[in-house]
Design a protein around this ligand. Sequence first.
Ligand code: FES
Length: 95
Amino acid sequence: MPIVTFIHPDGTVQKVEGQEGDTILKIALESSVPMEHACGGNGFCTTCMCDVESGMDNLSPRNDREENMGVTDDPKRLSCQSKVKGDVSVKLLED
Ligand code: FES
């Protein structure tokens, strides 16, 4: 199963196992990793945005919702739209 490494703003590192095909947001919330998700994971806000430190190739390609929200440049991704298919490391952004 893919390992998702969450790097908190204070530098704390949390590694969790996730199901392939689940989004970063789902894996975070199931593991009690605090991640904002104001629109409920529907791609209509940017509160779940993260920086992908490594493993961009192990995520689903950017979709229309990310493009519509202007999340088009690496390393930014919307956690609720990014499905995991392998190990990935993401940095949580400050509020
Ligand atoms: S939770 Fe709103 S865009 Fe991801």
